[in-house]
Design a protein around this ligand. Structure first.
Ligand SMILES: [Zn+2]
Length: 149
């Protein structure tokens, strides 16, 4: 349980439908660890969380920490939306589906930070970072630092 109770997870994400399949993902967020479910039998990752592996139907699905590396597969910039602390629709709020390095087609949706509008593009290498809204960590991505080969 990593010291964070189920009740604390529910309290931290009001309005989120937390269930048996995704509670470890949200518990991980509170610890700034981005966990995505992976099959213990065949190794296939899937997101959002489900109770069965979509590849082999195994129920041995384990929340597993990702590397945090990926590329922007698609994005949009929101100029309207429900009022939310820390989101500036006037400026434009970027939301991207990031294709994670772990597996082709494995995507996680998050905002992009520390990125000039003219830099934002499909295929941009990004890395996981954490921001905070209303005292709760939020996974986000920023342009990746160039890797030393
Ligand atoms: Zn599987």
């Amino acid at each position: 349980m990593n010291g964070i109770t189920d009740a604390a997870v529910f309290e931290s994400f009001p309005g989120v439908a937390i269930d048996h399949d995704n509670i470890e993902h949200y518990r991980g967020i509170l610890q700034r660890r981005l966990l995505v479910n992976r099959c213990a039998d065949c190794g296939t990752w899937h997101e959002p969380a489900r109770s069965r592996c979509p590849a082999c139907w195994s129920t041995r699905v384990e929340p597993t920490k990702i590397s945090g590396r990926g590329v922007i597969a698609l994005f949009t910039v929101l100029h309207h939306g429900p009022p939310a602390t820390g989101i500036d629709y006037q400026e434009g709020h970027p939301v991207a589906a990031v294709e994670l390095a772990e597996q082709p087609g494995l995507r996680f949706t998050a905002t992009i930070v520390d990125c000039k509008r003219e830099t934002l593009r499909i295929g941009l290498p990004v890395e996981l970072t954490w921001i905070e809204r209303v005292g709760v960590p939020v996974p986000a991505f920023r342009p990746a630092e160039p890797r030393n080969a």
